[in-house]
Design a protein around this ligand. Structure first.
Ligand code: BGC
Ligand code: BGC
Length: 593
């Protein structure tokens, strides 16, 4: 009985959408399929003029005053334009909330996925995504471009940290947990934050040297055979679909030379027909532009391949294609028969069904409330828990750790020790991330100060030039923030500055611990020999106190490597299951007390 009522209700909702779609003009339909970055919206009335279906905030696309209330105002201002159209179809607003609601100043920033992979704790990941969803709702946003289901194989890739693991099973279980956390269960409901599994498909397996957009590896080519593509890379998407993910983003990469953005077999045939994905497919940022040098051809091929919404996203450069171009050419393509009306109708139907499910038709405008959820104590507590659970202890000679909270002088060195921007990494407030106090948080140094009985026991030297006498030195070193192809690297050596600092530290002949902040394993074979203890903390986010929790033994380290740790560049890419597998630390490695 219950089943049939549910069935009738959802059928009538579907009929409503079908009726709505059948009343739409071609212009209204193409507008619905168009997504524009807020920065590139020439005038907000363009939402009404072009019937835009979606706005996004790319990395750093933030309102002039970046506060929760400004986001709600921004949202409502755009939504009012959409509600002023003939059919009053609400728009959907998407954002990269990929480690917390990371574009918003004051939000809780959680560890990047690589760290969460080392917790291998789906329940924790579910809670993190649910907390992120709460912070998003408080600022009015509907849709996150997360989780990233990349299965990163090559540490030289600048997006390695967006991947939970080199192992597809971990990516699958944490990815599914994340979808459930954002959406609030196994199906979309009113008030769900729409998740977006990305990037379909092959993400993490591109061959070094094949990158596009001047990148070395990002946006490159995947050469796997179909069986391996399915077993390792399609799998996390298949399971996310079974667990109700409402949207999927296409990858910039190619498969055997063919761009995914125009890949009809993988999008239409596999994703939609075979895997029965019934949400909508969105392109990546100007991702369709890479299909063909002729923009109209790119539009035709991408939509015919099965892309339902195009992240255009617009541009401030008059020489680039903007949304007016996209719309004009897409309309032309339909009128001349290069894209069928049936295909357009199907795309719009998918988009509107999702909008309906998450309650946008009922409550298109957001009320300014619950701002206290953004960066709330309980979310920060959850982030701190995930920081300590993601730390991986790689060396602890003579059980030098845990440290005592009193009676010992500790010298802390290195510019990563007291830098919120560095510990958060890329995709934090801006696309590439930043330095220093870009958002409120607790630095690793502050975490130490909070932990010890007497703060005079902590002495900090940023450059490590005059390291004071102490009982113990802690060097906090690592990478500076980056994102996407900007982080592609030929070598994973530590920086010259870090090597210099470590040399000075080593010369002091005092026991020392190295804390590494990085988006991936780095080359540390020499450095780890000399030190007494070494802990990899990845990109922990705003709650740096989680590191002191482990180092002083309030909590034991439990993190286990979700990626193999190479000895040398010659070994890269190195992954569990390789023949002649001989890493510095194996996949799954991690000490405890
Ligand atoms: C990235 C996506 C992201 C999108 C929107 C793209 O460049 O590849 O992961 O969701 O931009 O910011
Ligand atoms: C945006 C990002 C986007 C990137 C792609 C940046 O300007 O802020 O969100 O992913 O461009 O190139």
């Amino acid at each position: 009985m219950l089943v049939s009522i549910v069935h009738i209700v959802s059928c009538s909702a579907d009929n409503e959408i079908d009726r709505l779609v059948s009343s739409m003009t071609l212009d209204e339909k193409i507008g619905q399929m168009t997504q524009v970055d807020y920065r590139y919206l020439q005038d907000k009335t363009d939402i009404k003029k072009y019937f835009l279906g979606s706005i996004l905030s790319g990395g750093g696309s933030t309102p002039p005053t970046n506060q929760p209330a400004s986001w709600v105002n921004l949202y409502n201002g755009f939504q009012e334009q959409a509600l002023n159209t003939r059919l009053k179809i609400p728009l959907i607003y998407g954002i990269d909330a990929v480690h917390g609601h990371n574009n918003v100043v004051g939000a809780t920033i959680f560890p990047h996925n690589i760290g969460l992979g080392c917790t291998n704790d789906p329940e924790l990941v579910r809670k993190i995504s649910a907390a992120t969803a709460e912070e998003m709702r408080a600022t009015g946003l509907d849709w996150t471009f997360a989780p990233c289901l990349a299965v990163a194989q090559d540490e030289r890739w600048g997006r390695t940290y967006e991947s939970f693991s080199e192992n597809s099973d971990i990516v699958t279980s944490l990815g599914v947990a994340s979808v459930q956390g954002y959406q609030g269960g196994n199906s979309l409901k009113e008030n769900s934050i729409l998740a977006c599994a990305k990037h379909y498909v092959g993400d993490g397996n591109t061959v070094f040297g094949t990158g596009s957009n001047n990148y070395k590896i990002d946006r490159g080519d995947v050469v796997l055979d179909e069986k391996e593509l399915r077993d390792k890379y399609i799998k996390p998407f298949r399971e996310s679909i079974k667990n109700g993910v409402g949207s999927i983003m296409i990858s910039y990469n190619s498969w055997k030379g063919e761009k995914l953005h125009g890949h009809k077999y993988l999008i239409n045939d596999v994703l939609k027909n075979e895997l029965k994905f019934d949400g909508f497919v969105v392109s990546d940022w100007a991702g369709i532009n890479e299909i063909d040098s002729d923009y109209k051809t790119s539009i035709i091929e991408s939509i015919n391949a099965g892309i339902d919404m195009v992240m255009v996203p617009g541009s401030l450069n008059p020489d680039d294609h903007s949304y007016d171009d996209f719309i004009r050419l897409a309309v032309e393509a339909v009128q001349e028969g290069s894209i069928s009306m049936a295909r357009i109708t199907a795309a719009v139907t998918r988009i509107l069904k999702i909008k309906k499910k998450i309650g946008l038709f009922k409550r298109p405008l957001k009320s300014p409330k619950d701002f206290n959820l953004v960066g709330s104590n309980s979310h920060r507590e959850l982030a701190r828990e995930s920081v300590r659970k993601s730390a991986v202890l790689l060396k602890n000679e003579n059980n030098i750790l845990p440290l005592s909270k009193s009676g010992k002088k500790i010298a802390i060195v290195g510019e990563h020790a007291d830098n919120i921007g560095y510990q958060c990494g890329g995709w934090t407030i801006t696309w590439q991330g930043g330095s220093d106090d870009i958002t409120p948080g607790i630095s690793i140094l502050d975490g130490f100060k909070l932990a010890v009985r007497d703060t005079n026991d902590i002495i900090f030297s940023k450059d490590g030039k005059n390291i004071p006498d102490a009982d113990m030195i802690i060097a906090v070193i690592g990478e500076k923030p980056y994102s996407e192809g900007w982080g592609d690297r030929e070598s994973l050596d530590l920086s010259k500055e870090d090597k210099k600092i470590l040399k000075r530290v080593n010369e002091k002949n005092i026991p020392y611990l190295i804390i590494l902040i990085s988006g991936r394993p780095m080359l540390i074979e020499d450095e780890i020999k000399d030190c007494d203890a070494f802990i990899a903390v990845w990109l922990p986010g705003t709650e740096g106190a989680g590191i002191a929790d482990v180092i002083f033994g309030d909590y034991k380290p439990t993190g286990k490597l979700s990626m193999s740790w190479p000895k040398s560049m010659k070994q890269i890419p190195i992954n569990i299951g390789d023949k002649d597998y001989d890493p510095l630390f194996s996949f799954g490695y991690g000490l405890t007390y």
